[in-house]
Design a protein around this ligand. Sequence first.
Ligand code: TYM
Length: 323
Amino acid sequence: MPRYLTGIQSSGKPHLGNILGAIAPALELSKTSDAAFYFIADLHTLTSSKDPKALRENTLEVAAAWLACGLNVQKDVFYRQSQIPEVCELAWYLNCFAPYPMLANAHSFKDKSENLSSVNAGLFVYPMLMAADILMYDAEVVPVGKDQKQHLEMTRDVAEAFNRTMGPTFVVPEAYIREDVMTVPGVDGRKMSKSYGNAINVFEDEKSLRKRIMSIVTDATPLEAPKNPQTCTVFALYRAVAPADAVEELRRRYLEGNFGYGQAKQALFEAVMERFGPAREKFRHFVENPQIVEELLRLGEEKARSVSRPVLERVRRALGYSV
Ligand code: TYM
């Protein structure tokens, strides 16, 4: 049984892209695993935001999203990255095996490198902290959205470079990217992202959620005319959340004509409420009871340390730091 691991930053509210691209596939995989490792990447958040209050709120909401979607804390290991600070030590070791051009080529850096004075060193070595997250727990399979593919390749490269130089030490992981949800679009049709301001938060109050879905950008095809499901953001989102027979029915209506985007958005809103209704209630329960979430995370952090410490010891020995 492979060991699964994945993480989500707490740099904003958890959104539909995070849920469909990472949380749902991860929880599906964990059904066939003894113990999967799912965490909140709250140290990565510091590369973009220095706001302790927002950090605490977003960490609680990301944790509540995992729990509301069905994470099983009895079996899976659920923790905050920052509570296992050994990961920073491992990231340092990996930094020393990471060639400069590889890091300079990372999208996470390149996207911001036009204005270098706004790039901090943490952002530059961000992929090695992510590699440490993965290698620290001997993870074999990492469920992520497509935007994380390059980071996974860098993780593999640095693990292989370390193993070649210092002897077999790390398990070399693989990305698991589900094609149907690898890039969930946001309300403007671009990839849904906290930083683009185009996210749909399925845990928002019903009125705001409906308003958000109604704001999805569509083309100017008149109501009577047939519409192209393949190029429509509303349809792409519907396909990602609704059952297959309902998707076929919507496709038929698009192609038939006399069906407006307003109606399609209403169908999407209903499908989101249908799919996430029970999770929305659980989410509210966890956000209103942060002490429960705190307790569950602490439990997970104990379990996480029991795995990370021996792995770090193995790395230290390989490098000559253990006596
Ligand atoms: P983050 O926090 O940006 O996103 C968390 C997860 O959600 C996926 N995702 C999406 N999937 C499909 N469509 C979208 N529009 C969409 N937006 C986000 C991401 O691909 C990701 O799987 N660096 C990582 C966090 C991280 C991590 C790790 C992940 C830190 N350490 C170790 C895996 C393993 C990040 O910023 O993801």
